[in-house]
Design a binder for this molecule. Sequence first.
Ligand SMILES: Cc1cc2nc3c(=O)[nH]c(=O)nc-3n(C[C@H](O)[C@H](O)[C@H](O)COP(=O)(O)OP(=O)(O)OC[C@H]3O[C@@H](n4cnc5c(N)ncnc54)[C@H](O)[C@@H]3O)c2cc1C
Length: 578
Amino acid sequence: VVEMRDGRAFSPRYNDIYFSNGDTVDSHRVFLEPAKVGQRIARNSLFTVAELGFGTGLNFVVTATEFLKKRSNPSRLRFVSFEKHPLTLLDLRQVGQRWNQSLPFVNQLLDQYPPAIAGWHRRFFEGGDIELSIYIGDVDNGFRDFLDRDQRGVDAWFLDGFSPDRNPAMWQESMLSRLHTLTRVGGSVTTFSAAGSVRRILQRNGFQLERVNSLPDKRHTLCGWLTTPSFKPRLHPSEAVVAGGGLAGCAAANALAKKGINVTLLEPTGQVAQSTSSVPTAITHVRLSGSRSPEAKRRLQGYTFSIPLIASILNSASTGVLQLDGTNAAHAQLRSIADTLGDWIQFVEADQASDIAGTSLSRSAAYFPKSAVVSIPDLCKNLICHPRIELIKGVLGHDLSLTTVIATGTTIPQRLALPPLEITTVPGQIDCFSTSPKLARLRTTVVDDGYVIPSSPSILTSGSTYEHDRWDPSYGTRTNRTRLGKLFGHALFRWVQRYRGWRCVTSDRIPIIGQAADDLWLSLGYGSSATTSALLAAETIASGIVGEFPPLDTHTLDVTDPMRFADRQKRRPNPFTK
Ligand SMILES: Cc1cc2nc3c(=O)[nH]c(=O)nc-3n(C[C@H](O)[C@H](O)[C@H](O)COP(=O)(O)OP(=O)(O)OC[C@H]3O[C@@H](n4cnc5c(N)ncnc54)[C@H](O)[C@@H]3O)c2cc1C
């Protein structure tokens, strides 16, 4: 909770201010200028800032603005930050009002601000040139995770927790004494606290410190430079191959290209989105369950990561999704999950749900206001619009001389030495019906055991079937027509067209994301939810290839590990082999 006191943002929890009256000036004077951040950004193709204490996000927006002014093209800014008690969106809005005139970045941050789910949250700005990763939770856990897994290093540390006497967790010796292990050549540390304890730890660990006179406050701050860095950034390949021009492959190509890798995208048809990803109407939605398992967390993180990214790629507006109570999660569960997710997901009673949908609904619902209806082919085409991606008509052979990502959907290349995978195909169908808007008006997608999408005022799309045994298409159409009947009773619907496709589904219904051998990565098995899983998977894989820490913690990543089936098959056979 933030209180405004005499024009300053104040935290009652820590009994301290977030920043003093100068706010953006403070950020420059304490953190950027002493460490010459602007000049160093201009010289580096990748500049990484790591900050202890995200707070109001002020240092991020100031640094991002400075990056845009000073950058040399092409270049990237990585900004990594840790926060145990993130501000609510409401509080952040209130505080951000002060700067949104001078720092247009504030509004972009507000649009993408993550919910208070523990773990990593990664966001992109300026087409991926600016990357923000916030760890929500105990700072020492997040910090350790970052130090253990990042192999690219930090150029500038900003120590910006509340003062050491009020928030000692942020200034622990166990953390400060490890900063140097990930600091690059020429690396700096800046901190508003000139406390003797902080100074001594940094000096003992190789930082040469100078006191900075922060007039007009007459308060000293510290700036330090690492004299003899031992950290060596990992070198990464400059080229990679991605096999498969579906959503998983296009997303992987895009994530790699954004990190500076030249990508050859191999696709047998020579065009993207020709297989399962040819589905013309898809929703970005995550099924809520009461579970707090790593897999449930991965799905939510995938959702909140993908929504703003897809909106920026397609330049599209959200149309919202209502998930009716009873589908995978009961009323009480929906309510408790929605409570923690801020403006991402809201719990609504039946009358409110009816107002949102524009039609009468008898059940309460979880409302996803940011969800959208997307054309997966359009998404694929936009993802590969990058000068570092070359789409080539061809099939992946068995010679893997370059780093390779396999994203071949339901067709697993046979001649490669892959770990055992448990994959099957599940057909599905969506149907479009025309109707009179007077009889069947719908403003937002409604998800029950399937979904109904308002594709246009007179076209409703209903889907999708999940066919363990392949159905006759007319049976699929009857099933989808029944879904309309549940919403609109006996209104008349005229069948227009259908789309059929084959989902790639794993034995545990969890995708396969990660490294299968030294230079071989897999991105497979997205079932019915590629739009909210494949982009985060692509970012995870691309981060691994270039040696940057991935946007998911290790527990969450373990769930999608390509090697998991090998262990299971020691105990039981592959359930999909008859
Ligand atoms: C009816 C239906 C409705 C759906 N609705 C939704 C929805 O609302 N929301 C959602 O998120 N998801 C939805 N999905 C799921 C989504 O469409 C898929 O999960 C996604 O498109 C799969 O993408 P992919 O890249 O993994 O596979 P694919 O799209 O199948 O791409 C794999 C590509 O690999 C290529 N390939 C194969 N072998 C090789 C090789 N040896 N070398 C190189 N390339 C190769 C293939 O030609 C193909 O183009 C739906 C699916 C269906 C069937």
